[in-house]
Design a binder for this molecule. Structure first.
Ligand code: DGY
Length: 323
């Protein structure tokens, strides 16, 4: 059986695929494949392990012979799941194993924004570190503040634990449905979206990108937040409107922002967000630790192995295909 992989993945995942006796081909060029190239590569394959590729209707319909598609990510917004389901192709993802690392990144961005850290680091590189000014470069204290989680799932819970533990932050959240177990575990309070905006000192986004969440954080929404608030997004860049965020920060509608995800990715070097003191931007490295990336590659490989054996994927997105 043949497995095509769209990026170089950690050895830990390759070892599982090799041990299962599959023939593996990895795309080693540092660029995405075009749809035509991906279709051509997948003609040979029985399974696809995909990282960073858009898998739309055209690709899926041309690759309906695939027995399984395993994503090397928890997010599956880049796959046309309805078409995969119609074609009976199981799609797997990697939930759970990246929650801690991604929450660490959200916490890092919250702190970096609160203390102007990335900007101040740049002043040293630019030889602009001159003298100590008691009134300059002042940040925000987080102790005792309120963390508002938009999308309290596995990653949001990890972020909440870090903020409660480190800064004694009060945790509030907004989800489509209440998460009563998390409420008990964290002492988190469920609030309406409007209450989340009005009460949070930091809003951290941990929801999936869906038609409902796309562009959710826009000018109207930023206006309802505290002018001292920090907006953190480690989920997907399309959940906030970047132009509106730039304008909200420029006009002091909100105080700061920490972003691991942008729209588009990569962010262009001239983006005004990169020169704002109280903004911290990272290039989508939320899950980028050695152990997390190994664990993601292993889960993706386990999904491939199950799919090629005709078994239910351990982490299936479109479970409805199993009836
Ligand atoms: C994920 O797993 O969804 C990360 O954002 C990497 O794409």
């Amino acid at each position: 059986m043949n497995v095509f992989i769209t990026r170089v993945i950690p050895q830990a995942g390759l070892e599982l695929l090799n041990a299962a006796g599959f023939t593996v081909k990895q795309w080693t060029e540092k660029r995405k494949l075009t749809t035509e190239e991906l279709i051509a590569e997948c003609k040979w394959a029985d399974a696809l392990l995909s990282a960073g590729q858009q898998l739309g209707t055209e690709f899926l319909e041309a690759s309906a012979h695939l027995k399984v598609i395993a994503l090397n990510s928890v997010g599956y917004d880049n796959v046309d799941i309805d078409t995969a389901t119609r074609l009976k192709i199981p799609v797997g993802n990697t939930p759970g194993v990246l929650s801690g690392a991604t929450a660490d990144t959200a916490f890092l961005l919250m702190m970096a924004a609160a203390r102007n850290a990335f900007y101040m680091h740049k002043t040293i590189i630019n030889s602009e570190w001159d003298f100590f000014e008691p009134t300059a470069n002042l940040g925000k204290e987080l102790t005792g503040g309120t963390l508002g989680i938009f999308g309290l799932g596995k990653i949001g819970i990890e972020m909440a634990k870090r903020c409660a533990g480190a800064f004694g932050m009060k945790i509030i959240y907004h989800n489509r449905k209440r998460h009563e177990e998390a409420e008990q575990e964290l002492g988190a309070a469920y609030v309406t979206f409007e209450e989340l905006l009005q009460q949070s000192d930091v809003i951290s986004v941990h929801t999936a990108l869906t038609p409902e969440t796309e562009g959710k954080f826009n000018a109207e929404v930023f206006k309802q937040m505290k002018s001292s608030a920090i907006f953190v997004n480690t989920a997907r860049g399309k959940i906030h409107n970047e132009e509106d965020l730039i304008s909200a920060l420029k006009n002091k509608v909100i105080w700061g922002a920490g972003l691991d995800v942008t729209n588009p990715e990569p962010m262009l070097a001239g983006n005004p967000l990169l020169s704002m003191p109280n903004v911290a931007v990272l290039p989508h490295i939320g899950s980028a630790t050695e152990s997390t990336r190994d664990a993601m590659a292993k889960l993706a490989a386990e999904n491939i192995i199950a799919g090629l054996k005709g078994e239910k994927l351990p982490f299936a997105v479109n479970t409805e295909i199993y009836g």
